[in-house]
Write a protein that binds this ligand. Structure first.
Ligand SMILES: [Zn+2]
Length: 546
């Protein structure tokens, strides 16, 4: 390593997450790595005649944040070219947004994303609503969680979805009284339709990644774990990585479907891992959806839903299949990444991981159980015992008219305390990291941290809403760890990232406020002034003068 710094940041409040020098004033960077951290004069003594020096004006510096459960490529495509429906609250508004989008976009397939399941339902959203504004091309609109979507009549016709079409495995076509599909698709029925409709090109997806990563960098994110990749995602990421166009690190988890035989799945994921071997991109993990979501009654609960309307769902993989798959993937040294919403899915995941550990022995796998919406208290302590990480999305742990309030009736009063019980999990020893699941909801880590600390929606927008089980709040220090050191561990790159320690990559952010000291209700408004990735500026806020 060079003895002269390329860049020195001075006069800052550097929270390094490095236990040896946790809080310093200055950072010296050489060759894209942290050369040293310490006092201003000590770091300036590493400068030469060509070294750039940035005066931070006392501002807070943190390691770049890492989002360990995000859908960067697919969300990026939505950001770059699909109609945004997140803020739409009526059928008329939905139609207006889609009509405007269709008039401006001449692609063969109109896609919208983000309708709210509390506002739109199988009763009021059907293909006829979409047909009224788009009838010449297929049009598919996803809900905010991507577990439900509605397809217009042209799309149903092209995908061959008619009265006689049987439901696919783990999916459902909503039908009218005569048995004719209404266009509303649940879970894997969406993939059934997508497989039969025009695909965006890989150029489109590459443009989506670039849009998504710029959005990440602006929000202080320099590393992600893409929580669901298939062959196309891997090709697109690998190409961008080879061309030197990634401005963040992408770790990824390749999805396994329940109908894929174990040996085929293992061979397929092994070759994806082998193909993806760039310092900025890797496949290290296998993804299993053990259930769906409460909103459409596909979450798997140990006891039946409390609202007496039936529902509840079996695991998407049978118990034995989970065990066999986890044992096999763990033996091949893949990280296992599980989607688990209901307490039966969480338990099924823990049982599978326990079997893997019993047979293969312990190793630093850092298997992930993502979402953990409902966890039975008997299982809190098992995360720590098994070294399984709780991958949490704290933004969802607050009262909102749609989610989670609508789902609380299904959980019922007895189990309400087990919903997003993050404090209980951590206190019971669960390793953890924080993430967004973007584009399901915002990726802004500061908005997410504010809710993790308050269990409320932002006060400056929504007023003083009753906190959602406030005893489950996290601390500021836990939130920082959850987005830096812990997230780095979750993404299997703790040797390279997660703290500002000498030798690690110079991935760091400069903030406009001290999030360890400011009013908790101001954290969500934090502005990222500067983002460095490998010592390179990948975002600078216009307010932060050169
Ligand atoms: Zn997800």
């Amino acid at each position: 390593m060079s003895t002269v710094a390329d860049l020195v940041l001075v006069n800052g409040d550097v929270v390094s997450m490095d236990p040896l020098r946790p809080r310093v004033r200055a950072v010296a960077i050489a060759g894209g790595r942290i050369m040293a951290t310490g006092a201003d004069d000590a770091m300036l003594s590493l400068a030469g005649p060509h070294t750039r020096v940035i005066d931070l004006g006392g501002r807070m510096v943190l390691p770049g944040f890492q989002d360990a459960h995000i859908h960067l490529q697919d969300g990026g495509l939505d950001l770059a070219q699909n109609a945004a429906l997140w803020d739409v609250r009526s059928i008329e508004a939905l139609q207006a947004v889609l009509a405007r989008h269709a008039a401006a976009f001449d692609g063969p397939f109109i896609i919208g994303c983000g309708w709210q399941p509390g506002v739109f339902t199988a009763e009021n959203l059907t293909r006829h609503v979409l047909d009224a504004v788009i009838s010449d091309r297929p049009c598919l609109v996803y809900d905010s969680g991507y577990h439900n979507a509605c397809l217009n009549s042209k799309g149903c016709e092209m995908a061959g979805i008619v009265a006689g079409t049987p439901d696919p495995p783990n999916g459902h076509f909503v039908r009218d009284a005569a048995g004719v599909p209404t266009g509303m698709l649940n879970e894997d029925a969406i993939y059934h339709a997508r497989d039969r409709l025009p695909e965006p090109t890989e150029e489109d997806y590459a443009a989506g990644v670039l849009a998504g990563q710029a959005h990440c960098n602006r929000n202080g994110i320099t590393g992600v774990l893409d929580a669901m990749v298939r062959e196309r995602h891997v090709r697109v990421y690998q190409r961008l990585a080879d061309a030197g166009r990634l401005t963040l690190r992408v770790a990824s988890t390749a999805v396994i479907s329940p109908d894929e035989p174990l040996s085929t799945a293992l061979g397929r994921i092994r070759s994806l891992r082998h193909e993806a071997r760039h310092p900025h991109f890797k496949v290290h993990s296998a993804k299993f959806f053990l259930d769906g979501v409460l909103e459409n009654r596909t979450a798997a609960m140990i006891e039946p839903y409390a609202d007496g309307e039936g529902g509840n769902a079996p695991l998407m993989f049978g118990d034995n299949a989970v065990r066999d798959l986890f044992v096999a993937f763990d033996a091949e040294r893949f990280q296992i990444h599980v989607h688990a919403i209901g307490d039966a899915a969480v338990r099924g995941a823990l049982d599978g991981l326990e079997a893997a550990r019993a047979i293969n022995g312990p190793w630093p796998s850092l298997h992930q159980i993502a979402h953990v919406q409902v966890t039975d208290p008997a299982d809190f302590g098992r995360f720590g015992a098994l070294g399984a990480m709780a991958n949490m999305q704290p933004l969802w742990a607050r009262h909102e008219p749609d989610i989670p309030d609508r789902t609380m009736a299904m959980v019922g009063v007895e189990r309400a305390r087990n919903v997003y019980a993050f404090r209980s999990l951590i206190d019971a020893g669960a390793p953890f990291c924080l993430s967004s699941d973007w584009p399901v909801s915002t990726l802004n880590p500061f908005e997410i941290i504010e809710t993790a600390l308050t269990r409320q929606p932002p006060r400056r927008v929504h007023g003083d809403v009753e906190p959602f089980f406030p005893e489950q709040r996290l601390t500021r220090e836990e939130c920082l760890a959850g987005y830096t050191v812990n997230a780095a561990v979750a993404c299997w790159r703790a040797g390279e990232t997660g703290s500002l320690a000498p030798g690690k990559s110079a991935d760091l952010i400069v903030l406009d406020r001290d999030i360890l000291a400011c009013d908790v209700h101001d954290i969500g408004g934090t502005v990222v002034l500067l983002t460095l990735f490998e010592g390179r500026e990948v975002w600078r806020d216009p307010s932060f003068a050169r």
